[in-house]
Design a protein. Structure first.
Length: 315
């Protein structure tokens, strides 16, 4: 059975949502800590809405239940409702949002009113809007932030309030290729970028506009910056997230194309020239070359190709 702890839905819609969640629980379709997004028909408003729902157990209570076998730890289901199923693009952020609730949850009435309820009510502002706020804050300087995310350059934020610092961190995490390139490559790139002379990019938020130091950029990041800035007029956070996903997808496509050219260039001098022309024209040759250099470090023939390309690019 489901016991209601908190909602801001009208009673009729809450009953319908409870029925939907009950069916999912009966089917065993809810896994602990992993959210899902589905379309739900509710009478208020009178159209289908997107519903993110996630089941979890309080970690401390789970430990108590494990020690006392006859006690079962209570389970909770959190639901966030939006205008459509676009919440799916933010599912990982919402999973992290629930994780924080899972750690800090205390069902004492005082804590429920002072922490849990406000935390649940601010889900959209805190989990969905950070990318939009970063775009509006940085404007044309967003190209530098995109370049830092793509090149695994450490970013140090100074003189920022807590929300702005978290927003920048979330934007960088969402814009990086983490999970899309090999884990060993990512670690090696992080080490290589940290050891470079400029060490880290500094974002100083002491003034009305952020001041950036030790920055890097390229045509690729500048072109995508314009896509973000042009999209800012509509003010749709889901549009920004889609642009960010397209940005990462294009970067991965370029990396894969370059790898293919390098394999061909191991046996073909014309393919080496194609590699060079691709790096010159893709707009992000500086970053791509660093990524493939790390990935091919243990492959002598490919490493030789990369070394020749580095010389060409320097010239």
């Amino acid at each position: 059975s489901l016991t209601l702890l908190d909602t801001n839905l009208p009673a009729e819609a809450e009953t319908e949502l409870r029925g939907f969640i009950t069916k999912r629980l009966t089917k065993g379709a809810l896994f602990d800590g992993m959210g899902n997004v589905a379309s739900v028909g509710l009478s208020i408003p009178e159209y289908k809405v997107g519903c993110y729902y996630c089941r979890f157990q309080h970690e401390n209570l789970l430990e108590i239940a494990t020690l006392e076998s006859d006690v079962s730890a209570p389970e909770y289901v959190v639901c966030f409702l939006g205008g459509s199923e676009k919440e799916d693009t933010f599912r990982l952020e919402l999973d992290k949002y629930i994780q924080s609730l899972k750690i800090n949850l205390d069902l004492a009435q005082k804590t429920l009113e002072t922490y849990v309820n406000p935390y649940l009510r601010s889900w959209f502002e805190n989990a969905i809007c950070p990318i939009q706020r970063v775009v509006q804050l940085f404007q044309e300087k967003l190209a530098f932030l995109l370049h830092a995310a793509l090149s695994y350059t450490p970013v140090e934020v100074k003189n920022a309030d807590e929300r702005t610092e978290k927003d920048i961190g979330r934007f960088l995490a969402a814009a990086s290729l983490q999970g899309l390139v090999q884990e060993g490559t990512m670690t090696s790139l992080c080490i290589a970028m940290t050891e470079e002379q400029h060490k880290s990019m500094v974002v100083d938020c002491s003034g009305p506009q952020p001041q950036l130091h030790n920055t890097g950029s390229n045509k690729f990041c500048e072109d995508w910056m314009h896509a973000f800035v042009n999209g800012a007029e509509g003010g749709n956070p889901f549009l920004f997230r889609q642009i960010l996903e397209n940005f990462k997808l294009k970067a991965i496509q370029d990396i894969n194309n370059l790898k293919r050219f390098i394999r061909q260039a191991e046996m073909n001098h014309y393919a080496l020239f194609k590699c060079y022309m691709f790096l010159k024209n893709c707009g992000s040759g500086d970053i791509l070359l660093k990524i493939v250099k790390v990935e091919h470090a243990e492959m002598p023939e490919a490493r030789n190709v990369v070394t020749v390309l580095e010389e060409f690019m320097r010239e």
